[in-house]
Design a protein around this ligand. Sequence first.
Ligand code: FRU
Length: 486
Amino acid sequence: MNYTTTAADRFISENKHLLRPDYRLNYHLMSEFGWMNDPNGFIFYDGQFHLFYQHYPYKPYWGPMHWGHAVSADLIKWRYMPVAIAPDQPFDRDGCFSGSAVERGGELVLMYTGHIVTGPDKDKDYYQVQNIAVSRDGATFVKWNTNPVIDRAQIPDGVSRKDFRDPKVFERDGRYYAVLGSNDGRGNGLILMYRSDDLAQWTFAGEIARSDGTLGDNWECPDLFRLGGRDVLIMSPQRMPAQGDHYRNLHSTTYMIGELDTDNGVFLYDGYEPVDCGFDFYAPQTAVDDKGRRIVIGWMETWETEIPTQNGHHWAGAMTLPREVTLVDGKLRFCPAAELAAYRGPLEEIHELRLEGETDLGLRGDSYELDVVFRAETAVEFGLKLRVDGAEETVLAYRPNERLFRFNRDRSGIGLGGERRTAIELEDGRLALRVFVDKSSVEVFLQDGRKVMTGRIYPGENSSGIRAFASGGSCRIEVFRKWDIN
Ligand code: FRU
C-alpha cells in the first residue's frame, strides 16, 4: 500500500461514522479514527498549541506510522488537523516514528525518526535515521530532500545500529541540540545528544546517560529541558525491572534532575523517579508555552496490553491531561493545567463528613473532577470508590500507617485489572486528592501533584456511583468537591 497524507485523511473522513462512542473521552485527546501512540512535536506555535501523535489511521492497531495532528488554544479542546506526515519517502518508508518540534524563523520544524525495514523479520531487520519536515502555515508539511539529517554513519561505536530514535530538539545558547534514545546492544538503554547550528548538519555531542543495568534495555522518547535552574531529563525505559511498588508496568517513564554540560556532552544527575505511578502512562513529551509554563502530556496507554476499544470500536489510545510541571525541593510536581477549570459544570459540595464504613455520597457521573481533602483519624484505610454499580467499582485508597496509596481496577469493568501503589505522606494529618474521571480514564493527583497515578478503565454505562469509605476505624472528609466536566 502507498501511504500518503491525502489517502489517510480521506480514509478517516469516510470511516469516522463507524466509531463507537461508548468509551470515547470527553476532555482528553484521542485519535480521530484508528490507532494513536506517543505524543510528538508538542509546541506552542503562532498563538496556539500543536500536538502531533503516532498514528495509524487504518486500524485500531499499531501499523506504519503517520503523524496525526491537533491544535488547541487551551490544551483541553483540540481540533483535528489534516494528517501531517505519512511514510512516503525512502528515508521513512516503513514509518514516521516519534520526534519533536521547534520554531525557526516563523517556520514550524518537525524532527522525526524514519524507520526502514531491511529484511523479512520486521522486529529485527531495520534501521532508523533522523529527518526534518517544515511548515509555514502550521498545517501542511514538506520533508527536506536532504533527509536524513542524521544518518546511521553518525552513530558512535558501542551503540545499537538499529534502535536510534525519537529526537527531541531544543535550542540553547543559540545552538540546536537533539537527544535520542538507544541502547548499547548489551541490555542497557542510553541517550545520545547531537548538536547543530542550522538543523541540517548535525554532529555527535556525547552520550549523556546510560542504564547501570537496573534501568531497562532500551530507552525511548527522551526529553531534556531547563526548569527551576536545573536540567531535567525525562525518558521511557523499556523492560525496566520493578523496584518495590514502582515500575510495575512492562515499560516505564522516569525523570532525572541534574546539570547538562552542552560543551562536553555530559549530563550529571542525582537520581531518578517515576513520572507516573499508575498503569497507563508512556512516552511523555513536554512543551513550554508563552507564559513560561512547562507542560507534559503522555500517552495514556502502555505497550503490549489489551485495549478493549480495539474490538469493534475502531479507535485505540488517548493522551493524558496536560500537566504543568514544576520543580519543588528537588522533585518534580505534576498538576493538571489550570485551563480545565473553564470546563467545570456546577459545583457539588460536601463538608465535614465523618466516615466509618462505606457511604454512598449520592453523587454520580462518568466525566468529572473531584477535589477531596481527607483527615486521617483511626481508620486503617480510607478512600473512594468510583464508577460504582453493583459489583463494579474502581478503588482509590490510603493506609495512613503504611503511608501507602493504592489504585485498584480489579473490578473496574472489562479490560485489564490490577493494582498500583505508591508511598505518600500525610500533611498535617491530611490527604488531598484531585481526581479526573473521563469515561474510560482515571488520573489521580496526590498531595498537590507530588505523585500522579493514571489508569484506563472500562466500566459499564451505568457504573456512575461515587462512594467513600473508612475501614478499621474512622476518618473525616473535610471537603469534597465535584464538578462534571464537559
Ligand atoms: C515509543 C515508541 C518510540 C517509537 C514509536 C513508534 O512508544 O516505541 O520509540 O518512535 O513508539 O510508534
